[in-house]
Design a protein around this ligand. Structure first.
Ligand code: 16G
Ligand code: ZN
Length: 533
């Protein structure tokens, strides 16, 4: 590391706060923003190393704490194909972030460089962005110091959404190749999505105006710019766009609020009309929740499971109509949080797999299908077209006009969907396309299946690491004997289901329960929570 003489001095500018242990978890590093300065510096260094390790391919860094409160912040790395950081590097990130002093940090770096055989003379290229949090600029400058310490070539994507940052990484790394993902700019992203949408929805299918709750975050900026590309083919009514109001981000609005409280954000009361569709983004616009009010102004939520059901069924039908059933196998990936009714609905139509919580698990499982649809109940998800499926779509010769139309739709869906990661904007267009084709309103969509009543509670325990699971988090193997007690309880409830897992993002254990009616679901959840505590 002698080739980088500024490294120690720059590192000294960003001392690690004593007594804090950082961890690169499911959502990268995430905690109260005031303690993150050293982490950002070190992530800058690590991103540069990862790029050198991958022969100068561009790595992404996103500074965000998503749906969490405004005073939190976080950071995660994006690998060259626009996907989550390779899991083996999560440990390196954790180790580097916890080195106590500059000397210890440099020592850990040297070990990493040795072990990975990193050629430090290679170029390093990094693109980074941040959400609208007030702590963003100073954290970004710590990151820039880390990147400068290793002489990385940098590109600042500015204030942007997590999915746009992922798009940029993939676009930059595939520029001018056969796998080109689009122009490597925010405009390129808008052009790609709007062009695909306009081919999928004809003028006479133009949907009624859609209300969009931007969570007072970056989604407001991006949706506003994007609206210009849509013309009159889809009218977005933007709400909760107060990105400069202190404390407003994710506060009583946004996708996480809607999912956890199962209510309309109070700010939308009187704005959303009965019969109208609305949707909520989260603070970095990678999650999407839909909802509508019925004629009695009753609120109905359409969550990630409902999106999966809508989209998967649509794609399966298109594949059939195109005559590609034997060549393109469509499958769905869910987590244990998926509502039992959605799993039943989907299983009757296509293969469904259950995996552990966290996008990386869902994403990887989805890659095993030709077309893999994955959505978490919380609204994060996307659809992946495998290279083989894309090849088939590109070369297939349809033999009837109906086949040809279905094929054309599949090709355009492949362009409309941001396949690097869940993307609220792209997923919103996808939903609008399906609703337009099916001539569904919110209530038609909602009635695909009826959600089983459910309840999620969190329990603060002395040590959540005692809780270990298997079978995609549906069974506890530790503490010993606990699962048997849960099973005994569940058996007493008709249609009952419950599981317990340690959170990957908070120091708590989560308990989920479903049952035939709401009071039983609540009771089961609280009784299982009683066992855990
Ligand atoms: C993170 C995950 C999300 C998951 C959530 C679970 C990513 C990008 N995000 O936000 O997919 O649903 O964690 O949180 O992987 P929990 O472990 O605290 O329940
Ligand atoms: Zn998010």
């Amino acid at each position: 590391l002698d080739a980088f003489p500024n490294l120690p001095a720059l590192c000294n500018k960003h001392p690690k706060p004593p007594q804090i242990r950082f961890q690169y978890g499911t959502a990268g590093f995430r905690t109260i923003a005031t303690v993150l300065d050293s982490v950002l510096f070190r992530v800058g260094v690590l991103a540069a190393l990862r790029s050198k390790r991958l022969e100068g391919r561009t790595i992404g860094v996103m500074v965000t704490a998503s749906h969490n409160p405004e005073q939190d912040n976080g950071v995660k790395l994006v690998d060259p194909r626009g996907e989550m950081l390779d899991a083996s590097w999560e440990t390196h990130a954790t180790v580097l972030s916890n080195a106590g002093t500059t000397d210890e940090f440099v020592l850990e770096l040297e070990k990493l460089v040795d072990r990975m055989g990193i050629d430090l003379s290679r170029p390093a290229r990094v693109v980074y962005g941040r959400d609208t949090r007030p702590s963003g600029p100073s954290l970004v400058s710590a990151l820039e110091d880390g990147l400068a310490a290793l002489g990385a070539e940098v590109r600042d994507a500015g204030i942007t959404t997590t999915p746009i940052l992922h798009y940029l990484v993939r676009a930059i790394n595939t520029l001018g190749t056969e796998e080109s993902y689009g122009e490597d700019s925010e405009q390129g992203y808008y052009q790609k999505l709007s062009a695909a949408y306009n081919k999928l929805v004809s003028p006479r299918q133009t949907p009624p105006p859609l209300l969009v709750d931007c969570a007072n975050g970056v989604g407001a900026i991006i949706a506003e710019r994007f609206a210009g590309y849509l013309g009159d083919r889809l009218t977005l009514v933007l709400e909760n766009t107060a990105i400069d109001t202190a404390g407003a981000l994710n506060n009583a609005c946004g996708a996480d609020f809607v999912k956890t409280s199962q209510k309309l954000p109070p700010s939308l009361v009187g704005r959303l009309q009965p019969g109208q569709r609305g949707c909520s983004f989260d603070g970095d616009a990678d999650r999407l929740m839909y909802f509508y009010l019925d004629e009695r102004s009753q609120f109905h939520m359409l969550d990630g499971d409902k999106i999966a059901a809508l989209v998967a069924a649509f794609i399966v039908d298109l594949v059939k109509t195109a005559g590609l059933e034997s060549q393109i196998k469509v499958g769905v990936v869910q987590t244990a949080y998926a509502n039992g009714a959605s799993t039943k609905y989907l299983s009757e139509r296509l293969p469904v797999r259950c995996v552990s919580t966290g996008v990386k698990h869902l994403h990887h499982a989805a890659e095993n299908f030709n077309v893999g649809v994955y959505f978490e109940a919380n609204g994060h998800g996307t659809v992946l077209f495998s290279p083989a499926a894309q090849e088939t779509l590109a070369t297939y010769e349809p033999s009837t006009p109906a086949q040809s139309t279905a094929l054309e739709h599949l090709r355009n869906l492949n362009l409309l969907i941001n396949q690097t990661v869940g993307d609220a904007l792209s997923d919103m267009l996808l939903v609008e396309v399906v609703l337009a084709h099916k001539t569904y309103d919110g209530s038609d969509w909602d009635s695909l299946y009826i959600d089983l009543p459910n309840r999620l509670v969190k329990v603060v325990v002395p040590d959540r690491n005692q809780f270990k699971t298997e079978d995609a988090e549906r069974q506890l193997v530790s503490p010993p004997g606990l699962q048997a007690k849960i099973n005994d309880l569940v058996r007493r409830y008709e249609g009952g289901r419950s599981f317990v897992r340690p959170s990957g993002t908070e120091d708590v254990v989560r308990v989920y329960a479903e049952a035939g009616n709401k009071s039983n679901a609540d009771e089961l959840a609280f009784r299982v929570a009683g066992l855990v505590y």
